[in-house]
Design a protein around this ligand. Structure first.
Ligand SMILES: [Zn+2]
Length: 391
């Protein structure tokens, strides 16, 4: 086995059993993981600092910032240390909190999301010594709290001005199998909850009540069709190329088939192209609600703006060249409907791309990372900083 493969497996085996689930999801936070990663960096002689924020549950949320040198211009790689829960344990063929190596893959919760980013970032940094002649120094951020909004992770680091001298960022937290896609834009997001009020009665005497389920169903379809008609611009860097407006969770109402429900609650998930402001969509939703005359309450569960890179990017050509040299493919620029920390960096005017080589197993049961993909990610990252070295 190659040395680099041995190192990847060793870190995975030590990292994955250290749970780092957000306290908001009933977990312990990232403290133990950060302790382990910091001890690894210390062992390798890599300089780093830890920035810790206390969240509203009183839990410490540590963020590690490491660097390989003191060249003024740096490229910053950001991975996140927290993971989501395992989900239904019966769906897993292996213990989610043990890194199990099988057929060239490492299985376990967090092996891909964002274990690939952590391990590739750590080993890429280890491979670069301070004496390596390069145009840029490499910074590595191992951030907390990504899965529930980055309030105590990247958002806090931006607020505290810790990225003031950093311009270029790579976020290895999304990717395609070939590694040929660079994400440069993310759709905005609206999560809306509608509570329709009616009047409960026996199903045989509908005139005595108001059927909230019927009103809610009509309203949901009306909003769905109105938004699709109104916000129909296509932008082909995205897949799908249009904004999406989907009726999702419907809350349980009455317990019997013969009761007309007096309350109906439905939710919608909307992913909005950068061409539209989420507030404009929200205004359209309120208009449909007004016209329907339904007694309905709207709660905005989440609203985030779309993010798009500026037209002058330095990181895109640098990363593209490295991808081309190592993988032999010329990268495409793409947009996604999901969200990463790159959005916060872009809001702050930073030059941030999202890139990785992944099978797309995030948040799924039997999540795995291919060892080969982690190896290739390390090579691509290293090549950026050691442009003189051969493949
Ligand atoms: Zn992630």
């Amino acid at each position: 086995m190659e040395e680099i493969e041995r190192e990847i497996i060793e870190i995975a085996k030590e990292l994955i059993p250290i749970k780092a689930i957000s306290p908001e999801s009933g977990g312990e936070g990232e403290s133990e993981r950060a302790k382990y990663l910091s001890s690894k960096l210390r062992e390798w002689g890599v300089k780093h600092k830890i920035y810790t924020y206390k969240d509203r549950t009183g839990t410490s949320r540590p963020n590690i910032i490491a660097s390989n040198g003191n060249i003024k211009e740096s490229i910053t790689v950001i991975a996140h240390t927290d993971t989501v829960v395992a989900g239904d344990i019966n769906e897993w063929k292996t213990d989610p909190f043990n890194a199990v190596v099988k057929n060239g893959n490492i299985y376990g919760r967090g092996t891909e999301d964002n274990g690939t980013g952590i391990i590739a970032g750590m080993l890429a940094l280890k491979n670069l010594s301070e004496s390596d002649r390069s145009k840029y120094s490499m910074k590595l951020v191992l951030a907390a709290d990504e899965e529930v909004g980055s309030e105590y992770g990247v958002q806090a680091l931006i607020k505290d001005n810790l990225f003031r001298s950093d311009k270029m960022f790579i976020v290895p937290d999304w990717g395609t199998k070939s590694g040929s896609d660079i994400e440069v834009a993310e759709k905005g997001r609206l999560w809306l909850k509608f509570t329709v009020k009616g009047k409960q009665t026996h199903a045989s005497t509908p005139d005595r009540g108001i059927n909230a389920a019927k009103i809610g169903s009509a309203l949901a379809l009306e909003i769905d069709s109105d938004l699709h008609k109104r916000f129909c611009v296509r932008n082909t860097i995205f897949d799908p190329p249009e904004s999406t407006f989907e009726i999702t969770k419907r809350e349980a109402n009455v317990g019997s088939i013969n009761i007309i429900p007096g309350k109906d609650v439905f939710n919608m998930d909307m992913r909005i192209l950068p061409e539209y402001a989420p507030d404009k969509v929200l205004k359209a939703v309120r208009e449909v609600m007004r016209k329907s005359k339904a007694n309905v309450q709207l709660d905005v569960i989440e609203k985030s703006e779309p993010s798009k890179m500026g037209s002058k990017s330095s990181i895109i050509p640098i990363l593209s060249k490295s991808i081309n040299d190592v993988l032999g493919v010329s990268p495409n620029k793409v947009g996604i409907g999901g969200g990463t920390v790159a959005a916060y960096l872009r809001y702050a005017g930073k030059d941030a791309v999202v890139w990785g080589i992944e099978d797309g197993m995030a948040h799924e049961p039997n999540e795995y990372a291919r060892i080969e993909n982690i190896k290739r990610t390390i090579t691509v990252l290293n090549r950026i900083f050691l442009p003189g070295k051969s493949k």
